[in-house]
Design a protein around this ligand. Structure first.
Ligand code: GLN
Ligand code: ZN
Length: 764
């Protein structure tokens, strides 16, 4: 008999109850007691779901007020000095919120802690900040309180905590030069003492199993870290609980020997991303060690092929019996809560999907199959699942012969443009640009009026004619302002776009949208990723009319604005029945048509945003190049069909460029704009070292702040850039789009920016 369990459940609530409760509390509209009560109810509800799905335990510790790593930092007493936290004192909720957001209903504001992406997901965690002499101590009891809550409700509990080494790996500190800095390891002995206290206390509460998440084990780990893993788990083995060491988001690969050697009672492996791990470990698997098979994806929204899963796990069950556990591959934090909330989704597409609640049901179906204990109801459910999956394999909604044919011929699509040195001369002449040309990244302030226009139109409360006129009016104003300000390359301002991926997804075949498919991004912020379920094709031109209208208002070049194939892919749930790169190529071909149509309509500058380009990097360095190759190729497919005189821009927000600069250059965009103002142009170092030949617009002011940038400051920044690069290469632009800003500061900032560019031109 294989039992089932869960690594973590989405905490935000099916109706985003946690988001609403948090925001009300932060705004002073509700009390701490009310917030705490919402949290209690959400946990109760999520445990009931796990229990109903037949899980052997409910998972406790996956709930977090803001982020589970921040939850753990505050439990370990890791509060940076600027929050003035009294030494060895308990950490309260408002201190946690101040660390996350810089402010809370009580306490002095201070600079918030940094946030960064959780492995290769779109979830962001709060980076722990450690001092060189960091003292750890048990500073919050929330984990124990939640265990007690679950027990009081009659549940058998399996707590989950971040593993000590993954926690250290993800942390930073002024005294550490890098993530893998070995000096961090000096903190291990003291950290271990607190872990022992936690585990002992859990044992006292009657807990038998504790899930310890060590996903750093799917990364490239330096040897020193591997050694410490052995020591740490030998120590933790002396505590009175059984440890289930959980690895997920990938194959542990060359760390497998290490993992197998650790003194733990059980190991969880991600068999969705690393199915080949099973055959590797089974032969030598100790008879008394639990193997938790992560078999249902926690990273996508697709139903699982349960027959295939059962076939994979059959031999494992035969060998391990009760020592085989079944689970989702990772926490379900990264998928929406409940498909049953989707009342408007096409029934056929819906039959292929599975959200957190459904994934736990799939898990229990799989367990019943493997255990040979299928009820009539389960049998019917299995039949439905099989039918849905075989329908998906052939459905005309997914498989579009025209797209398949086009992709097959894509190899012959030319990716090369004339050498940049030749192109740029022609472009400068055709566009009549000065040195230090000025531009913006695309969006202008999205006022409440504009948002309302879009909303009303979508709801059918505003006619097409009225909607179009309102958008045109906005474009007129944006263009008029840019002309007055003296910008060189103008934009239409993107007033018709709610979101840079959703806008395109709605106009492309192969995309579906949910009503409630929310996934936590960070804190109270959620995103609703589109679902790419089928072959992607452009149904109609997507941006040509608006862009051409904007161009008709001015003699200056109007920049067309598209979201790149890699970014659309990264910010969507992507179909799992073909490689990601195949879907990306379909997107690239659709965008290629749009680029060419823009050119035909007289648009001479076209920007393809790729802010998620770096995000797509795989977790293991060995897999980087393959990704970079197809990502660059897709960008080139989109952009290479234009004449020499048409200028291609790309925008990448904030990104680390050092180790991918070759691929950035291989994209061969005529102009790349990046976020650099807060790093004081230091990001340009990679471009300088590489002798990056094409044009660059290093952002000269931070669009996250309402402050109007100082002209002299921008001139200084550009002079720094000119020290690193050729001044002829440089553009002057803000860091990113302006949609979150207000008009008054936007006007002043751009006028100052143009003044700065003029001063730079004058000073030769
Ligand atoms: N063109 C987009 C904008 O200006 C780019 C946004 C982004 O880079 N995230 O809003
Ligand atoms: Zn940006």
């Amino acid at each position: 008999m294989a039992l089932t369990h869960n690594l973590g459940f989405p905490r935000i609530g099916v109706k985003r109850e946690l988001k609403k409760a948090l925001e009300a509390y932060w705004a002073g509209q509700s009390t701490e007691a009310e917030l705490i009560e919402t949290g209690r109810q959400l946990r109760e509800r999520h445990w009931a779901i796990q229990q109903a799905a037949g899980n052997a335990f409910v998972t406790v510790g996956d709930f977090a007020w803001y982020d589970h790593i921040l939850e753990w930092s505050t439990t370990l007493g890791v509060v940076p000095p600027r929050f003035n936290h009294p030494k060895n004192a308990p950490v309260d909720l408002d201190t946690l919120f101040r660390m996350a957001r810089g402010r809370a209903p009580s306490g002095e504001p201070a600079a918030a802690c940094e946030m960064t992406k959780w492995f290769d997901t779109n979830y962001h965690y709060i980076v722990p900040e450690l001092a060189a002499d960091q003292q750890f101590y048990l500073a919050r009891s929330s984990l124990f309180d939640q265990v007690a809550q679950a027990q009081a409700s009659g549940y058998k509990v399996k707590p989950v905590i971040p593993g000590p080494l993954t926690y250290l790996w993800l942390s930073k500190g002024e005294s550490f030069s890098s993530v893998e800095d070995e000096r961090k390891l000096a903190l291990v002995p003291q950290l271990l003492q607190v872990y022992k206290q936690v585990l002992t206390r859990l044992a006292e509460l009657g807990v038998q199993w504790v899930q310890v998440d060590e996903s750093a084990l799917v990364l490239d780990l330096p040897p020193a870290w591997q050694d410490v893993y052995r020591q740490v788990y030998a120590e933790l083995a002396t505590t009175p609980v059984k440890i289930l060491l959980a690895t997920y988001f990938g194959d542990v690969a060359d760390n497998m020997e290490l993992v197998s050697s650790l003194a733990v009672a059980g190991v969880h492996l991600d068999l969705v991303r690393g199915p080949q791990q099973l055959a590797r470990v089974l032969p030598g698997w100790p008879a008394d060690r639990v193997l938790s098979a992560g078999i249902i994806s926690g990273r996508d929204v697709w139903r699982t092929d349960l027959d295939q899963a059962a076939a994979l796990l059959g031999p494992a069950l035969a060998q391990l019996g009760e020592q085989l556990w079944l689970a989702p591959a990772s926490s379900l934090l990264h998928v929406p809560v409940d498909l049953a909330e989707e009342t408007q989704l096409d029934e056929e597409i819906k039959s292929w999907l599975s959200f957190a609640v459904q994934k736990l049901d799939e898990l229990s179906l799989l367990a019943a199959t493997l255990n040979g204990a299928v009820t009539d109801a389960q049998d019917a459910a299995l039949a439905r699942q099989r039918a849905a999956l075989s329908d998906r394999k052939v459905s005309r909604r997914i498989h579009n012969p025209a797209v398949i044919e086009r992709v097959a011929a894509a190899a012959s699509v030319a990716r090369e443009r004339t050498p940049f040195a030749e192109r740029i001369v022609k472009q400068r002449e055709a566009l009549g640009l000065p040195d230090f040309p000025t531009t913006t990244i695309g969006s202008f302030p999205q006022t409440p009026e504009i948002r309302k226009v879009r909303r009303d139109w979508k709801a059918g409360a505003l006619s097409d004619t009225k909607y179009e006129e309102a958008i045109r009016q906005e474009i007129r104003e944006v263009v008029r302002f840019q002309e007055e300000a003296g910008l060189d390359v103008l934009v239409h301002g993107e007033p018709e776009r709610n979101d840079m991926v959703e806008y395109f997804g709605e106009l492309l075949a192969g995309f579906a949208f949910t009503q409630n498919g929310w996934v936590q991004s960070y804190g109270s912020r959620c995103v609703k990723p589109p679902i790419i379920y089928g072959d992607v094709a452009r149904l109609i031109p997507m941006t040509v009319e608006w862009t051409a209208f904007a161009q008709s208002l001015t003699d200056k070049p109007m920049k067309g604005m598209l979201t790149g194939p890699v970014t659309v892919l990264q910010w969507s749930f992507v179909r799992d029945d073909q490689p990601r790169q195949a879907t990306c190529l379909q997107l690239a071909l659709a965008l290629r048509d749009e680029v060419q149509d823009l050119e035909k309509a007289g648009i001479r500058v076209i920007q393809i945003d790729e802010p998620a380009f770096r995000e797509g990097l795989p977790l293991r360095k060995a897999d980087w190049q393959a990704y970079l190759d197809w990502a660059v190729d897709c960008f080139r497919v989109s952009t290479s069909g234009v004449q020499d005189t048409t200028q291609i821009h790309t925008h990448m927000c904030y990104s680390e460029f050092n180790d991918i600069i070759e691929s950035i250059a291989a994209m061969d965009a005529d102009v790349i704009t990046i976020e650099t103002s807060r790093s004081n142009m230091e990001l340009l170092e990679a471009f300088e070292r590489f002798n990056y030949p094409n044009d660059i617009g290093p952002g000269v002011y931070d669009i996250h702040s309402p402050n109007v940038p100082d002209r002299e400051w921008m001139i200084q920044l550009m002079n720094k850039a000119a020290n690193r690069l050729n001044r002829k290469q440089l553009w002057v632009n803000p860091d990113c789009g302006l949609k979150t800003r207000q008009w008054p500061e936007t006007r002043s900032a751009l006028i100052e920016m143009v003044n700065a560019a003029q001063a730079l031109r004058a000073a030769v």
